[in-house]
Design a protein around this ligand. Sequence first.
Ligand code: PA5
Length: 421
Amino acid sequence: MAVRLNNSGICNFITDTELERIEPQVSLAAKMLDEEMGSKSWHNLPQEFDSNELEAILQAAEEIKNRADVFIVIGIGGSSLGAKAAIEWLRSIFYNEKSQLKIYFAGNNLSASYLSNVIACCEDKEVYINIVSKSGETLEPMLAFGIFRNLLEQKYGKIEASKRIFVTTDEEKGTLLRMAKDNGYRRFVIPEDIGGRYSVLTAVGLLPMAVAGIDIRQVMNGARNACLYLSDKKFPENESLIYAAYRNCLNRKGKRIEVLIGLEPDFHSFAEWFKQLFAESEGKDGKGIFPTAGIYSTDLHALGQFIQDSGSLIFETVIDVLNSNVDMCAESECIHNFGLAHSSLSQINKKVLEGALKAHVDAAVPSIVLRIPQVNEFEYGYLIYFFEKACAISALVLGVNPFNEPGVLAYKLKTAKLLQE
Ligand code: PA5
């Protein structure tokens, strides 16, 4: 069991009776997910993942690692956040500074300045592209793809360029699929019934991860373990159900903002993935919990003031990693006043977290602590599946459909009209 839930920061805010009352709703949502949505293949994906597909991803990654200096992942939202999160959390936010092969993300904004900087990074370099879009119709990635495809064609000619483009998209529809077929680009399929934000454990996330040297077999192993464990265990032994129950109980008490907290700067993009998963799955019909995030201790000097004095608005969910992969000793003279001689940075970090959570709990800001043993491939896969499942169940308890995003469509229609004018 990779995720353990510590409830000491929550037990004063949710009574046993409240938990008993919500339990049937959570268990029913889990049952719905298992039975009615069992065909939603993200749900069983880790167990059913095709080993040939995994081999094909590893092979493509090997070719890219051997032949490219620059690998550009083009996509937005669910089509890019999970891969970026994995590369930064499992490798480092300094991945590019430390690696021969540089990985850049594009197609996630409409900034000419950003794109021209990525283009500059391609100069005199061997470049490969992976365009990821389920619909194959999204403005930002399609626009960026047009630009980078031109760049490749000018550099290598049309035929050679086509050998350097990998397309990850739907099997049956979309402009991107047509372009891939017309030009003979190599393709990976996003299964029809897996929505963008639930797709990180397909080629969408796995190809960029493998290119970054992440052991994707272990990622899938972790996800498979989560899938088996979290399908098998019933409330209250099942952490994803308990987490969903806590969130909904707190929401009903008016706590409409959840701050996901990590202790490492490398955690930043994971928090972005989390925000997108929960915001698009839950935030509809005037319901839902607004997801935001912070890194401690950095944000104790920024968001911390608001959190401390937020009254009844906020609760925190903390990812507490028990064993750090890297540690160092604090220099004693400079921090003499704190009495920290011989302490390590991770020990100090943990104490600061403990202090902050105590102060927050005293100010009626509850905290749910999710403990994981370590940051590694296995835990990453486990955590991704844990949050996907908890999110879907939370949304069902809330009474909304976790798998659509009508609000996103509304802005797209207005924008399309404006662009046509
Ligand atoms: O979760 C979602 O469905 C969205 O965030 C999509 O991933 C995002 O809008 C990108 O869509 P597409 O992959 O179709 O380009």
